[in-house]
Design a protein around this ligand. Structure first.
Ligand SMILES: NC(=O)c1ccc[n+]([C@@H]2O[C@H](COP(=O)([O-])OP(=O)(O)OC[C@H]3O[C@@H](n4cnc5c(N)ncnc54)[C@H](O)[C@@H]3O)[C@@H](O)[C@H]2O)c1
Ligand SMILES: O=C(O)[C@H](O)[C@H](O)COP(=O)(O)O
Length: 381
């Protein structure tokens, strides 16, 4: 079996070499001729898989993306050609949920928002939205879910209507980019919606840039009473509109899903799809490659005068502080080169459950309960 895989898939060679000839390629360098006699094409979101790229693909049986989103793949064309395709649904849901939690922790600890009273409006209650609701449950933060397709399909959770979602203190977007007619999401946040938001609200986009009408966003941010905005995704990546950056609170170069666990699980899913293609049982698991959860300890966490919630939010920020990514991105001039470079050389970021909190004085019971619920099982030394 001949496999071509995008080099940005971590450990792809370790997972795929056993199938035969597995050869990596740098993002942006794959040509149609490279796909002659290739059986499996494995990509991340930076390779556009369409009729042009597959022009010479004479025996391609599977296209697998190691990402949750698959708007870079022309699935209709693949179906017409009888080529099977898969995505890595949910692989990085926890990572994106923790990214949003890190935003919320920064907002609470800098008095931009009070998480004791705030309500978070979650747009899209799929893998990411559900993971985020689990984190918010752990911290007893209020939230509302919005997901008409799931609601229509009979999901039994309680869903809110659009008007009550855009009235929330935080609105966070977790929908796929859909341009068709069935519940489209392209420009879901347009000038009319933006006009209804105010300076007390926080808008977060960690799904796809095109879900927000960026020109309308820029106009709104230049007008009075504008909401605070956090963006991980942009129109036209990596050549983003840099003039937007001074207007937004936190900006990151599409790394919300880039935890170690999230990226590796993407590769694992591709491996499983290749196993299925050749009718074999997967033998490798994530545990073969990732350190056990309690490998990393956090620095001392003092207790007393602070509320349990603030203590836990500080523990969350010691694991992952999005403001460091924002700083690195802006210091790197946030241009096309910096955008691509930072994504390629992103720091090692393990998820919350890969850490254990070590406290040097007894923690309040409420903080212990929250940390346990986040999988960070604290111990006092
Ligand atoms: N920034 C990142 O690093 C990153 C990482 C992972 C995923 N993503 C993006 O986030 C998206 C969501 O990820 P996921 O894993 O939760 O996907 P998912 O498919 O599990 O969930 C998406 C949910 O959105 C809902 N939805 C679709 N159209 C809607 C609409 N018009 N209004 C409200 N809800 C709608 C769907 O019913 C579904 O439940 C992905 O498609 C991807 O584009 C970005
Ligand atoms: O859809 C996803 O899974 C994420 O957006 C993912 O992080 C994007 O893939 P990448 O560009 O990192 O290959």
């Amino acid at each position: 079996m001949k496999i071509r895989f995008e080099n940005s898939m971590p450990l792809a060679a370790d997972y795929l070499n056993a199938f035969g000839s597995a050869e990596g390629f740098e993002s942006g360098t794959l040509t149609p001729e490279d796909l002659v006699d290739v059986d499996v094409l494995a990509v991340r979101s930076t390779t556009k898989v369409n009729a042009d790229l597959l022009n010479c693909a004479n025996r391609l049986a599977l296209v697998a993306t190691a990402t949750a989103g698959y708007n870079h793949i022309d699935t209709q064309y693949l179906q017409q050609q009888g080529i099977y395709w898969t995505s890595a649904a949910g692989c990085n849901a926890q990572a994106v949920a923790e990214y949003v939690l890190s935003v919320l922790a920064n907002a609470h600890l800098s008095n931009k928002l009070d998480l004791h009273t705030a309500t978070v409006g979650i747009v899209g209650a799929g893998h990411v939205g559900t993971a985020l609701s689990g984190l918010l449950d752990a911290l007893s933060v209020r939230y509302k879910l919005y997901d008409p397709p799931l609601q229509e399909a009979g999901d039994t959770r309680t869903f809110a209507d659009w008007q009550s979602i855009i009235a929330c203190d935080v609105i966070t977007l977790h929908v796929p980019l859909i341009t068709g007619e069935y519940f489209p999401t392209e420009h879901m946040i347009d000038a009319a919606v933006l006009a209804q938001l105010n300076a007390q609200q926080l808008l977060i986009n960690a799904c796809r840039g095109e879900v927000i009408d960026e020109a309308a966003l820029k106009n709104r941010l230049l007008s009075e009473n504008a909401p605070t905005v956090v963006l991980d995704v942009f129109n036209n990546e990596p050549g983003i509109d840099q003039t937007l950056l001074p207007l937004i609170w936190l900006a990151t170069p599409h790394i919300a899903g880039h935890s170690i666990e999230g990226k590796l699980l993407g590769t694992q899913r591709v491996y499983e799809a290749v196993c299925e293609l050749q009718g074999s049982t997967p033998e490798l698991t994530l545990d073969d490659f990732i350190a056990p959860p309690d490998a990393v300890e956090l620095p001392a966490l003092d207790s007393s005068p602070e509320s349990a919630l603030s203590l836990v939010l500080k523990a969350i920020l010691s694991v992952y502080d999005i403001s460091e990514d924002d700083r690195d991105f802006r210091q790197g001039l946030a241009d096309q080169v910096a955008f691509t470079f930072m994504r390629k050389h992103y720091r090692v970021r393990r998820e919350l459950a890969g850490h254990q909190v070590v406290a040097h004085s007894p923690l309040p019971q409420a903080a212990i309960a929250m940390l346990n619920a986040l999988g960070m099982h604290p111990k006092t030394v």
